[in-house]
Design a protein around this ligand. Structure first.
Ligand SMILES: [Zn+2]
Length: 130
């Protein structure tokens, strides 16, 4: 079974959407679902349910990214971390922009927050400034 983690980790939304659609269609037609856990295997029914739920999540996330002009899915709980410090997250994307955060990107592969950017104290200087 080829891993579908790559497009998710690397934010390749078109590739993820295609893979999730294909796997969802495959399991809907009675195709065997992939093994979703390598330890403590749970069996085909469990694998099918988890695979379908993950495909649904992935397709929904891709749709939100595609709908957003800034690539920020706005239907998710907001948690933003600074690249350079551990300042508290603003409550939402709009508040972050108003407060002066820049370079905000969607990073669902991170553990502590799903968005990353530069807080107002750590805005990178342009390369021509020394
Ligand atoms: Zn910072």
């Amino acid at each position: 079974m080829e891993s579908h983690a790559g497009p998710w980790k690397h934010q390749c939304w078109e590739e993820l959407q295609e893979a999730a659609t294909d796997l969802g269609d495959w399991t809907s037609r009675g195709g065997f679902p992939p093994e979703v856990q390598t330890e403590d295997r749970m069996g085909m029914l469990w694998n099918r349910a988890v695979a379908r739920a993950v495909c649904e999540l992935a397709i929904n996330i891709c749709w939100q990214v595609f709908q957003s002009p800034d690539g920020i899915p706005h239907g998710l709980p907001f948690s933003l971390s600074c690249v350079d410090c551990d300042v508290d997250s603003p409550p939402n994307y709009e508040a972050a922009r108003i407060a002066g955060w820049t370079g905000i990107e969607f990073r669902p592969d991170m553990q502590a927050a799903i968005f990353r950017g530069y807080c107002p104290k750590h805005i990178p200087e342009p390369p021509w400034v020394t």
